[in-house]
Design a protein around this ligand. Structure first.
Ligand code: SER
Length: 314
């Protein structure tokens, strides 16, 4: 495939898996990954990059002849509440740098992740529609909603080819997530295998939309590679796979680890979760560019446990 991509924020939860996927797909010579520092070994070329340094981003894009940027650097919902100005600066400045790169035609395409955090307490919680009230209550959600508006504006005004997905909570076994409200759904697997019990920071009935990482990565690349005329929404696409509560996830884990125990100790993240949807209507993404999830909750659970058992040599 004739493309050269740069992944910014490549060492995070999504970035790690997207880098591996794109390297396998396009070849190591066509993928550059970048992050503030390298934590994990790279399957392609790694470049240390401060994504808020406009000149550094421009120079790397020019030097490497990049045509597509995946901008994944961001501060997530829970950390964002603790460091609101840093979250706003990181999440917005990096987006403007990349939108301007595209506006000035240094790159052809930009992928930028949005989130279910764009929704808020006034949004319909069940099967949240694509077009609905978005009154986010977290700094992270405000940055994602504002970002969506800016993406659409750059597209309408300057023809910028930007694409985005409103990810639900993402579950994976490689790089851990950091600072999100949905992170319990990853941590629970590690603790289940290592300790046989987990203390959950959300209450038992807190239902949230979730997705297994292989589906999220496939969706990301499918949307980014889709013909431009199919991508009719330039803010962010709703995307869904399954929803569950901590209690339901614990029951599913018990099918593999019957002695697994869970305790509940909700903290400030409970309020964030309570303002997010319980389930998402993704029919528009299905119709526009053919999105379809593969993994169900039981399939995700089996796969997570299998891989983590290998990692922990159990
Ligand atoms: N998973 C993210 C978080 O919990 C939402 O996009 O912050």
């Amino acid at each position: 495939m004739d493309t050269k991509v740069l992944i910014i924020g490549s060492q995070g939860q999504i970035g790690t898996e997207l880098t591996a996927y794109l390297t396998a797909r396009y070849g190591a010579a066509n993928v550059i990954e970048s992050d503030i520092q390298q934590k994990n070994p790279s399957p392609c070329t790694f470049v240390a990059l401060d994504a808020t340094d406009k000149n550094a981003v421009y120079e790397l894009v020019k030097k490497e002849n990049i045509d597509t940027v995946y901008l994944l650097a961001a501060m997530l919902s829970a950390t964002g509440e603790k460091f609101p100005d840093k979250a706003w600066a990181l999440n917005m400045n990096t987006l403007f740098i990349c939108l301007d790169l595209a506006k000035e035609k240094h790159i052809k395409k930009l992928y930028w992740p949005s989130s279910i955090a764009v929704f808020g307490p006034t949004t319909p919680r069940v099967l949240t529609p694509q077009f609905t009230v978005c009154e986010p209550t977290t700094v992270y959600g405000i940055s994602k909603q504002a970002g969506e508006r800016w993406c659409e504006w750059y597209h309408n005004k300057f023809g910028v080819d930007v694409r985005s997905i409103r990810y639900p909570g993402l579950i994976s076994y490689t790089a851990p997530p950091g600072g999100g409200t949905t992170d319990y759904a990853v941590d629970i697997f590690h603790k289940a295998l290592q300790q046989g019990s987990y203390e959950c920071f959300l209450g038992p009935q807190t239902e949230l939309p979730m997705m297994y990482m292989p589906d999220a990565i496939r969706a990301t690349v499918e949307l980014t590679e889709a013909e431009a005329d199919k991508v009719k929404i330039r803010s962010g696409y709703n995307l869904a796979a399954f929803s569950f509560t901590p209690e339901q996830l614990a029951a599913e884990i018990r099918k593999h680890i019957p002695t697994f125990e869970i305790q509940y100790k909700p903290d400030f993240r409970q309020q964030i979760a309570d303002n997010w949807p319980a389930s998402i209507d993704d029919s528009v993404a299905r119709e526009h560019w053919g999105w379809k999830p593969e993994y169900s909750l039981p399939q995700m659970c089996s796969d997570m446990i299998l891989h983590l058992q290998e990692q922990y040599a159990l």
